[in-house]
Design a protein around this ligand. Structure first.
Ligand SMILES: NC(=O)c1ccc[n+]([C@@H]2O[C@H](COP(=O)([O-])OP(=O)(O)OC[C@H]3O[C@@H](n4cnc5c(N)ncnc54)[C@H](O)[C@@H]3O)[C@@H](O)[C@H]2O)c1
Length: 352
């Protein structure tokens, strides 16, 4: 079992698994004075060497995540592999007593997500989602306003992630079963808006989804063509959207397109009884003295979402700070996402 860090102990010895998004998470963890990236894990050794050169301190290399998880010199594991491998790796890590930070989405399906959350909570380790949009400056600012009740009751919201030609073309995990636009980008806006709404209990979901571009070899990242061997593996959505209702009576319209004939946009709109808001450009809408008042908000330049994620993860481990983004949040978001996709498949509303 890994050494459990008592408050005040340090540094946290982290292994980064997956050299794609793992680098964005690994850099701020390594720069944190109370943590160190001491190991890397990837099946691609060249990618590990490149990242190790950037870190400039000695790191152990692992190509087998099971061997890595058995290393008692590792306290915490970041999981940044394709969706289909999040649960197998994170499950092994928590079963070996490691703290885990898992990139979005939590899993490629609901069953594995439930199994992981159960195991992580039983193991008593810090278990956190890495959510770069939720931890970004603008969403954090809106969250602080929401908690202060500046919007009053948030009774409706809209959230969307729309790309014109943005189907990931670098890893088939994205387009295979368990991938797809909704689990890749819909997850970001759904998680963020649900958090801004105060994390209400989902009640029902009615959605549509499909794949109109990817299987035809169109809509890929930056309009670049992909080999047929890649597009022929397409077994996921390239768009999904619909309506979620919550037990508190609130409603949410959410949609995600990897490819479309529409302008690129990532946005959230909140409808509150006292004020409304938009994520981009960050704006608060009110009525003052019987007239509309639109306040554009300019935040000072701060750290990135990944910086805040790293700081919070380390603080949860070393200071016992309650985790603001536990895997359980990822599980509830996964429930809503899977219900959306199931509703689309069945052609009817899904009750949760
Ligand atoms: N903003 C964000 O938080 C954000 C951004 C991009 C991607 N992601 C998530 O990160 C995940 C990976 O996406 P990516 O763009 O980094 O992909 P990627 O293909 O660039 O990186 C994935 C890495 O995992 C490695 N890998 C595959 N199988 C492995 C195994 N068995 N053991 C160890 N390593 C293995 C691959 O070799 C590759 O280097 C996805 O789930 C995606 O949703 C999150």
């Amino acid at each position: 079992m890994a050494r459990k860090k008592s408050p005040g102990a340090g540094p946290v010895r982290v292994c980064i698994v997956g050299m794609g998004i793992g680098r964005s998470n690994g850099r701020p963890l390594h720069a944190n004075p109370r943590a160190k990236v001491t190991a890397l894990c990837d099946v691609d050794e060249k990618r590990m060497r490149e990242f190790a050169d950037e870190l400039k301190t000695p790191v152990a290399f692992y190509t087998d995540f099971k061997k890595m998880c058995a290393d008692p010199e590792i306290d915490a594991v970041f999981v940044g592999t394709p969706n289909q491998l999040h649960v197998p790796i994170a499950l092994e890590a928590v079963n070996q007593g490691k703290h885990v930070l898992v990139t979005k989405p939590l899993a490629d399906a609901l069953g594995p997500a439930e199994k992981l959350v159960k195991a992580a909570e039983k193991a008593g380790v810090v278990n956190m989602m890495s959510l770069s949009i939720r931890f970004g400056g603008n969403v954090q600012w809106l969250g602080a306003q929401s908690r202060k009740k500046a919007f009053g009751e948030i009774y409706y919201a809209r959230a969307r992630s729309i790309r014109r030609s943005g189907i990931p073309s670098w890893s088939p995990g994205f387009v295979r079963k368990g991938g797809g636009a909704f689990r890749d980008m819909g997850v970001h806006v759904l998680d963020s808006v649900w958090w801004l709404m105060g994390m209400p209990k989902p009640k029902s979901v009615l959605g549509v989804s499909g794949a109109k571009f990817g299987p035809r070899g169109q809509g890929y990242w930056e309009y670049k063509p992909v080999p047929k061997a890649y597009s022929s593996q397409y077994a996921s959505d390239d768009y999904a959207g619909g309506v979620i209702t919550f037990a508190n009576g609130a409603g949410l319209q959410v949609e995600s397109f990897w490819a479309s004939h529409q302008a690129d946009e990532l946005n959230i709109e909140l409808f509150g009884t006292e004020a409304g808001a938009r994520l981009s450009p960050l704006t608060v809408y009110r009525t003052r003295n019987g007239a509309p008042s639109d306040e554009k908000v300019e935040l000072p330049k701060g750290g990135s979402g990944f910086d805040r994620i790293a700081d919070h993860f380390v603080s949860c481990i070393l200071d016992g700070t309650p985790c603001e983004a536990p895997l359980r949040h990822g599980l509830i978001v996964q429930e809503m996402m899977e219900a959306m996709l199931e509703s689309a498949q069945r052609g009817r509303e899904v009750k949760l």
